[in-house]
Design a binder for this molecule. Sequence first.
Ligand code: RIB
Length: 304
Amino acid sequence: MTAKIVVVGSFNADLVSYMERMPRPGETVHGERFATGAGGKGSNQAVAAARLGADVTFIGRVGNDVFAELAYEIWDAEGINRQFVKRDRDVATGVAPILVDSSGENMIVVVLGANLRLRQSDIDAARAVIAEADMLLIQREVNLDIVPYALGTAKELGVATILNPAPADGASRESIKLADFLTPNEIELQTLNGGEFADVDSAARSLLTRADQTAVVTLGAQGARIVTPAETQLIPTFAVDAVDTTGAGDTFNAALAVGLSEGMALPKAIRFANAAAALCVTKPGAADSAPRREDVDALYLGAK
Ligand code: RIB
């Protein structure tokens, strides 16, 4: 079956500098390479889901500049429905200066621009498509009023939701109550818990307010941990040589959405998502490094 996914979220033009090591505050270091690419957590998730075979609709905003063309180019190449993307004439498309070191680790600044112009009316316009979807996937790189509104709309329409609480801050908790699946990484889990936490399981469990909510905490090279009010389980990932971790979380979320929408049980959907994220980190770039379905299936099915 073809998964129908609606992604509400950001598009950013990623301005990526690759270097041996990150600069310290006040220090200048030499970069080895620079690249401009399609990014933004929302758009990366949409592209990754489309490459995994899903029928994807993206809801977002771009600005009045050449970076918007970068967005249209990749969405059209991947067959993503962009009928509900508006172009703001008086604001810039989101941009993200990114530093990537030789271990593949990254640091990102997002300047969200047009992403902050997303309105409730944009969600309302897509209501019929949301009603037909298997899953609505959303992050937090948009106007934050929209996050609970989009999650609430999906809930009202009986559509399952994944909230990727990235970037996280204290205000995320309102939206967290509405989501079916929460997918923080460890840093986001820490932020959502107001700082340090004793262990992943209790920190993730403290976010859950309903018996039917599930946290899937992404743990990088270790894999991902399922935390429900009743149980926990680590799903290990695949060992790969990381070149650039940018977009790995986005690919994970997209694959999780696709797997669950195709009817996979949660542990299986997470193994599928781990395989997709593992392949993503072996290539540079964000959306550009999202893997194709046949490659994910080869890694994931081959490992059984
Ligand atoms: O998750 C990676 C993404 O975060 C990048 O593409 C960047 O645009 C920021 O949104």
